[in-house]
Design a protein around this ligand. Structure first.
Ligand code: GLU
Length: 484
């Protein structure tokens, strides 16, 4: 059996869109699942769309997500160059274009802008394109030679007959047949000598022995034209897998406006790469059972591309947050601390034990920025509503809380050891002596020292962190607020 070879073929045009990362991930998984090779190819033939720094983003993202390529610009596997602008210099595209011209499957076109502007246009996928009328197909060999000799600018177009139909196969959609009359004579080589994506993807996928091509389904309408190129060359086409659209919660195409359409956006928002990868794997693919948490290794084992869905996948940020929280819970503490530290630095004043606070929040946050809302009270007691002292289950009221805090204050003042354990024992004894349930004492104390309804830890842990002086200050403040 031939070796499975897949490629991720990004155009360096900016950030790593979630859809692109999904393509890369699926290509990676298909290859690795079958023990094959995953290749990186940079498609930079559209010089106008090239963005400085975009290649670095691609490399960095692949590294961060663990989608390690076996071949690429930095790892020669004998199929290079792996950057299309470098491939142009080898003359490969023009060589194959000429082969098509000789076969009558392509032709030189010398039409200038003015003439093209007079052609009929059609809206294809929201873009207005002009339908070429095959004007230059009728040029004689001599006319073409003369134009070329005179240095007249030209493009090379694919020659698609107006009759008949073309069929190609997609693994998910099955056979798709279109009437040739609906296919335009697309440009293969542009006037700057560069190939279009439409041509380069066919030449490169074939010459690089690619067996499976995964890409967004915006390419599905062009695929019959690619099929015609494969047929014209007498090449076998790769297995095609066109992926469903990714939408936002409003079922509109996921765009920049959502604020979380790229890998960098998500990292900036405090998500971790393993969770992002896990989440993206499930945007269009699902395992046989309903399992949702997968490491990359587990995905490699489980990934069967036949289970990719055709229906649009909704990017549910709430689900991603949940998943990220699961990853944080399972993460080893040292790594968690390293990642949480910048946030703790920002929100926690000096002198407080950041490691202890990190341990408190680890199982309670979904993304790192959640830390702020959980720990801000450590820095400063917030203003709070005394209604918070009322707790039905603990049977506490404002009055009972005032009484308890007043009784407790001298005991807290006398207490030397403010470690969590010592404080807890002291409070238990205090409650027993007064015949109170523990919660009847702990609830008012926790409210007084935090000023919060929800805290990442109990009363005594908070007191331990705050220390004696600050804890007492807050208890006195509570008494004052309760009118004592
Ligand atoms: N360069 C194309 C893009 O970034 C790749 C499409 C493909 O995978 O064939 O959209």
């Amino acid at each position: 059996m031939e070796k499975i070879r897949t490629r991720y073929a990004p155009s360096p045009t900016g950030k790593m869109h979630v859809g692109n990362l999904r393509t890369a991930l699926y290509e990676f998984l298909i290859a690795k699942h079958a023990g094959g090779d995953f290749m990186l190819r940079i498609e930079d033939t559209d010089q106008e769309r090239f963005v400085e720094g975009a290649i670095d983003i691609i490399n960095r993202t692949l590294e961060q997500t663990g989608l390690t390529h076996d071949e690429g610009p930095d790892k020669d596997g004998g199929f290079g160059p792996y950057v299309q602008s470098e491939r142009v210099k080898t003359g490969i595209y023009m060589k194959y274009a000429k082969e098509l011209i000789d076969k009558g499957e392509a032709y030189y076109c010398f039409c200038d802008k003015e003439r093209l502007a007079t052609l009929k246009t059609e809206v294809v996928e929201g873009k207005e394109i002009s339908i070429y009328d095959k004007h230059c197909l009728s040029l004689s060999k001599e006319e073409v030679e003369a134009n070329l000799a005179a240095g007249k600018p030209y493009v090379v177009r694919q020659n698609i007959p107006n009759e008949g139909s073309t069929t190609f196969r997609d693994e998910l959609y099955g056979d798709i047949t279109v009437e040739n009359a609906e296919l335009d004579d697309m440009i293969l080589i542009k006037s700057d000598g560069f190939p279009t994506y439409n041509f380069a993807n066919v030449v490169d996928d074939h010459t690089m022995n690619i067996t499976h091509v995964v890409r967004g389904n915006e390419y599905i309408s062009s695929s019959p034209k690619y099929q015609r190129l494969y047929d014209a060359f007498g090449w076998e086409s790769p297995v095609y897998i066109h992926l469903p659209l990714i939408t936002d919660e409003d079922h509109k195409k996921l765009s920049k406006r959502s604020g979380h359409s790229s890998f960098e956006d998500l990292i900036d928002q405090g998500f971790i790469s393993e969770a992002i990868v896990n989440f993206i794997a499930l945007l269009g693919w699902s395992p046989e059972d309903n399992r949702e948490i997968f490491s990359l290794e587990e995905l490699i084992k489980e990934f069967d591309y036949h289970r990719i869905s055709k229906s649009p996948a909704v990017f549910d940020i709430v689900k991603l947050k949940w998943m990220n929280g699961e990853y944080l819970k399972a993460m080893d503490f040292d790594r968690f601390y390293k990642m949480a530290e910048p946030y703790l630095e920002k929100f926690i004043k000096d002198g407080l034990d950041k490691k202890k606070i990190a341990a408190m929040v680890k199982t309670r946050i979904e993304i790192f920025p959640d830390i702020e809302g959980l720990v801000d009270f450590f820095n400063e007691l917030p203003e709070y509503d005394t209604e918070m002292y009322v707790h039905k289950k603990m049977k506490t009221t404002k009055e009972s809380s005032l009484e308890v805090l007043k009784e407790l204050l001298p005991a807290l003042e006398a207490q030397e050891d403010y470690s969590n354990d010592a404080l807890y024992t002291m409070l238990q004894n205090f409650a027993a002596e007064h015949e109170y349930k523990n919660g009847y004492v702990l609830w008012p104390l926790r409210t007084a020292v935090s000023g919060k309804q929800m805290t990442p830890a109990g009363a005594t842990e908070i007191c331990e962190l705050l220390g004696k002086e600050e804890s007492l200050k807050r208890v006195r403040k509570g008494i004052e607020l309760l009118g004592g």
